[in-house]
Design a protein around this ligand. Structure first.
Ligand code: AMP
Ligand code: MG
Length: 349
């Protein structure tokens, strides 16, 4: 199959290109498209054959359910068994936006889309191309991140092409995404709503709208016997090819430790990568040093994370040392992804 990449940005041609992707989806095929979080790989959410194609293209385990993308509030009542008040309040506050809600599903939603679960994950993305694609297709669009399963999520159309060239007929290219980390997932089928995956919308932001919210203990546990409730969170996701170790502590101590570890690895003939910030990058002695941006610019750090992990894959690095990014806002989500990429290897200095 030939993959066509359509550049967005020219109003004169964009409509027809989105129209073609919409037709592919309506006819049961796949199309990759930008959202504000990461690029998605879309198919008709209510067509089991179409949903199956997503798992095949990504190499995704069939028990890992898909997020259904909608463009209007009425779409939610079309697939939910009931729409809890909390969902209405959260939609009012955060949709369109980077929040996915889990609700009970009705019989319209096939098992293929929900990985056999009786609940369904729903989100209204805040990206004009995504919203136009959903509306033009006349479908609700099931779309996980458009990467090969286990690789970092795509924040550029080029990342999608790297992983899925020849496996998807069309990619809509709108340049770099705005957020760069997948949506926050909140489960509204629990007595107390539970965060299954951290993202741009934080616990505090959610609590301002619906009161107390819990965090899934399985999500943060290093102990693999405590299962996270979102099936996708149990896989060693977002993993670069090199071994990744996070070094946490006071700035000067971290720089010294990373340089000492670097020297030790280099004497063994290993090529070392370092993930630093604009403030520290010049101090590192690694073979490849990449900056996540200015430390106080949390948004830029989130946007760059996956791109940096992919870049290390291309540059034949054996081991990566990373600073820690545990800031109160989206830093929580960055650390969650980084810890998973590192298989929870943290060195505290
Ligand atoms: P992705 O679209 O690649 O960001 O992956 C979707 C994430 O949502 C995965 O971690 C899934 O396990 C999770 N998810 C989707 N549907 C459900 C559901 N019904 N219950 C719990 N987690 C879900
Ligand atoms: Mg994913």
């Amino acid at each position: 199959m030939e993959t066509k990449i359509y550049k967005m940005g020219n109003r004169a041609t964009e409509g027809a290109m989105i129209g073609e992707a919409a037709r592919v989806i309506r006819e049961g095929g796949l199309a990759a498209f930008p959202t504000e979080t990461v690029y998605g790989l879309g198919a008709d959410a209510l067509n089991p054959e179409a949903a199956r194609k997503i798992y095949a293209a990504k190499g995704r385990p069939s028990d890992n359910p898909l997020i259904v993308h909608i463009a209007d509030m009425e779409h939610l009542s079309e697939i939910a068994k009931d729409v809890p008040d909390q969902a209405k309040k959260l939609a009012e506050a955060f949709w369109p936006g980077p929040l996915t809600m889990i609700v009970n599903k009705n019989e319209k939603v096939p098992d293929e889309t929900t990985g056999g679960m009786q609940t369904v994950a729903v989100r209204m993305p805040n990206h004009p191309v995504a919203l136009e694609l959903i509306r033009k297709s006349g479908c609700l669009i099931a779309a996980p991140s458009a990467n090969t399963s286990g690789r970092p999520s795509p924040t550029l159309a080029e990342h999608v092409a790297e992983d899925l060239d020849g496996k998807v007929p069309v990619i809509l290219d709108a340049g770099e995404v705005g957020i760069g980390i997948e949506s926050t997932i909140i489960d509204l089928t629990e007595a107390i709503p539970m965060i299954l995956r951290p993202g741009y919308v934080t616990k505090r932001m959610l609590e301002e709208v619906i009161g107390p919210v819990r965090t899934d203990p399985g999500m943060i546990s290093e102990d693999s016997s405590v299962k996270p409730k979102a099936p996708g969170m149990k896989y060693r996701h977002y993993a670069p090819k090199a071994d990744l170790i996070i070094v946490d502590g006071e700035k000067k101590a971290v720089i010294d430790k990373i340089n000492a570890l670097t020297a030790c690895m280099q004497t063994k003939g290993m090529r070392v990568g370092v993930i630093g910030t604009d403030e520290t990058a010049a101090h590192y002695t690694g073979d490849v040093v990449l900056s996540m941006g200015a430390r106080e610019d949390e948004d830029a750090i989130a946007r760059r994370l996956y791109r940096i992990l992919r870049e290390f894959d291309e540059r034949e690095i054996h081991v990566i040392y990373s600073e820690s990014f545990d800031s109160p806002g989206i830093g929580q989500a960055v650390m969650n992804r980084l810890l998973k990429a590192a298989g929870h290897q943290v060195c505290v200095v």
